[in-house]
Every structure is written in C-alpha cells, then in structure tokens.
Write a protein that binds this ligand. Structure first.
Ligand code: CTP
Length: 410
C-alpha cells in the first residue's frame, strides 16, 4: 500500500509517543520507507534506538549532530533535514504537542523537526495530543486553524481519560486511525461523487432465539471493497451481516442479520446508488418456522429432528430487475466446481454488469482467508483471471474495472 513511499514520522515529547512505535510498525508493514525525526523531549519518552531498529533508518534528533549515534558528522547532518524534507512523500507528526503546533503555525525553526518542516512540500498530517485544557487553549486552537489553512491535515484527538488524570479531548488517535488517514493521501480519488452500495458477510437465519443457520463468510472481501472504495473518494454504504470485523472508517454502516433484513435494506438503499456490489454470502434458505422460545430436547423424544427450510429471496436477482440504466450492478459467485459456467449463468440470470467468480473451499481463497483467487466475468464476454492476491488488492482491481465501465456507461 505504501510501497516506494518515504514517510517522515515526527515524534514530539508526550506520553503518547509510545503509540508512534505501533504507527511506525504499521507503515513499515505497508512497505513504506520510514524516517523518524524526534524532538529532544520525545527522546525522554521513547528511546531513539527503538525507532532506529524498527525503521531501519537513522533517527534525526538534532539539527547539527546525530547525538549518540555518531553515524553522521555535523556537516552531513546540517543538510540532512533538507534532504529528508525533499524525500518525503508525506509527513505525519504524532504526537504533535502544543509547542510544535505553535512553532509550525508561526514559522519558528529552532530544532531538527521544526527546521525540517520549513522545507517540507509534501502533505502533512498533524495529530495533536495533550491535556484537554491545553488543547482547548485559544492560542493552540488558533494555531491549528492556521495549520489547516496552510493545507495541513489535522486529525482530531480522541476523548477519554488522559495521562494527566483528567478526562476530555486530547488523546492521540489510535495508530490504525492515523495510518488510515495517511494511506488515503495516496489513493487516486476516482470514485469521488459516486454512491456505492455494498453488501458483505453472511446472513443468519434464526431457528430459535439461540440458534441459527449461516455460512463461513467472514465478510473480509466485502469490507475490503468498502474500504478501498471509501479511500478512493466514494460515498460508501455497507450493509453487513454479522461479522467479527470493525466497519471501515468513513463508511455508512448498516448492520443486518437475516436475508430478509438484508433484502429490505438493499432495496431501500439501491435507488440512490450508482454502483452496487453484492459480496454477501446470503443464506439461500431459512427455517420455515423460527421458534419464539428455545427448542427443548425434552419436547422431542426421538433422537433425530428435522428442520423444514423455505427459500429466501434472491436479493441480487431483485436488484437486477429493478436496476436502472445508469446503475452498475456486480455480484459474486462462490463456487466449488464449474466456476466459469456457473458464474456466467448467474450474471445472465440476475441481470448483472459483471460477476466475480471465486473458488471457495480451497486453502488461501474464499471464505475466511486474507487472500482470494478470483476471475472477473463481463457482459461482453471478456474474462480476467487474476492470480492469488490479498483481498485488499482484489478489491482495488475490481474497482479499477468498475470505474472504467461506469464512466463508459455515462
Ligand atoms: N445472492 C443474493 N441473494 C440470495 C443468494 C445469493 O443476493 N438469496 C447473491 C450473492 O450476494 C452473490 C450472488 O447472488 O452476489 C451469487 O451468490 P451464490 O451464493 O454464489 O449463488 P446463488 O445464487 O445462491 O446460487 P447457488 O447457491 O445455487 O450457487
């Protein structure tokens, strides 16, 4: 996700500096080249060695001398802050103290980080973290406004109990949230203004208040599509059956349980959608009778029990019937055999613009896995057979195909 990107992570002196270590790990995991610039007071909270080892780069702590490392002489160091600034694809300052915010807003350059920032031309994300009264202080708020007007992204701090034993705004947002904001900078915004409706996860068909029929869908593929579409500027609504996943940031989340609930939500929301992607693994049948109270063993003296099932609505087929000319409708076909024939006949039968066929029940693909092996089928007969990929990557490939088709349709 961040391959070939150089990110400067600015760390200031605050108790939340320990969270920057996790943020650094997320950036590295995504393939970024991370360089850490610490203020002198930050080194009192987290050791420079931690950042050096994890970033696999030198750590900048002073303007004229990499104190303690001895790796650069003062002449080399004196240009280092300019070099880093010019290499940066983005800068994240987390935690950002009142001090650095004040300095950046007023053009003060009196240490390594603030001096380097004077030369930065890339996008900058500021993550304030401090005591609530400090955060609400008029000077700090004024300075944040200035930074925003200067084009920097300010990530609102979270609220809750703070290290200074007070409670309120000022907590550094979780590293995953900061990382998410960073990643967004690099995506093209080709879905801006598009309303995208996505369904994901399994459905649960109640047998009684404690039991249900369902399937192995984890929701990972649908959530990956929702997350990718949101990052690319789309207005995403995610209708999801029960999963263990957290809804992606910035997505309008509509939780449902059963196929009939999913059908109601999708049909209600479809009119407003430009693109509809039905990733959910809908239970085709539900118990004919859903018992009001728990089914008791003592009520069934025989050692076997039969459950009569009745068919659920085919939601995608209903959407296909209602689809308007400007709308793009995509489905998924989960198959264990005859992928091509089954996927293509579902595309026809449900009036889809495309279908994503995926083989389930094999290692590394389909339900629960983080990777997927899929084939894209289009109405004009073209087929794109993709290799095994991360679900996030599959999601982006799918969106690449859709956006070219949607633009073509208009
Ligand atoms: N689908 C749906 N409503 C259903 C069943 C399926 O909307 N009751 C949608 C799924 O979300 C998916 C597509 O139809 O996008 C294909 O689902 P799949 O389970 O592969 O196929 P089915 O149509 O259920 O057919 P079968 O189970 O016989 O393979």
């Amino acid at each position: 996700m961040l391959k070939n990107k150089t990110i400067i992570l600015g760390v200031c002196g605050g108790i939340a500096a320990y969270k920057s270590v996790e943020l650094l790990r997320l950036m590295k995991k995504a393939g970024a080249n991370v360089k850490v610039a610490m203020t002198r007071s930050a080194t009192k909270f987290v050791g420079e060695t931690t950042f050096r080892v994890l970033s696999e780069n030198d750590v900048m702590t002073a303007l004229f001398d990499f104190e303690g490392t001895g790796t650069l002489n003062s002449q080399e160091a004196s240009v280092q802050h300019i070099e880093w600034a010019s290499q940066a694809d983005a800068v994240v300052i987390a935690p950002a103290t009142a001090n650095i915010i004040g300095k950046l807003a007023n053009g003060i350059a009196d240490d390594a980080l603030s001096t380097m920032m004077m030369a930065v031309t890339s996008p900058v994300i500021i993550c304030p973290s401090m005591n609530t009264h400090m955060y609400e202080n008029r000077a700090v708020q004024r300075n944040l406004d200035i930074l925003e007007q200067d084009g920097m992204f300010i990530l609102e701090p979270g609220t809750g109990e703070l290290a200074c034993k007070t409670s309120g705004a000022g907590r550094l947002p979780e590293p995953a949230l900061i990382f998410d904001r960073l990643v967004k900078i690099f995506y093209s915004k080709d879905f801006t203004g598009k309303n995208i409706l996505i369904s994901a996860g399994p459905t649960r068909e109640a047998l009684d208040p404690v039991r249900y029929i369902s399937n192995h869908s984890s929701g990972k593929m649908g959530y990956a599509v929702a997350e990718a579409a949101e990052k690319r500027g789309g207005l995403v609504t995610l209708v999801s059956g029960p999963t263990a996943l957290s809804p992606p940031v910035g997505v309008n989340f509509v939780p449902v349980e059963s196929a009939r609930e999913m059908a109601d939500a999708m049909l209600e929301l479809m009119d407003n959608a430009d693109i509809i992607i039905k990733v959910a693994a809908v239970a085709d049948y539900r118990p004919l009778v859903s018992h009001e109270n728990k089914i008791k063993k003592r009520d069934n003296p025989k050692s076997s029990i039969s459950i009569e099932l009745t068919e659920n609505p085919d939601i995608l087929k209903m959407l296909g019937k209602k689809k308007q000319k400007h709308q793009f409708l995509a489905g998924f076909a989960a198959e264990t055999t005859n992928l091509d024939t089954n996927a293509m006949s579902k595309m026809e039968e449900k009036n889809l613009d495309m279908i994503v066929g995926n083989i389930v029940g094999v290692k590394g693909s389909g339900f629960e896995a983080d990777t997927n092996k899929v084939k894209f089928f289009f109405r004009d007969g073209t087929i794109d057979d993709l290799p095994l990929m991360e679900k996030a990557q599959v999601a982006h490939m799918l969106l690449d195909h859709i956006i070219s088709n949607v633009n073509f349709k208009k």
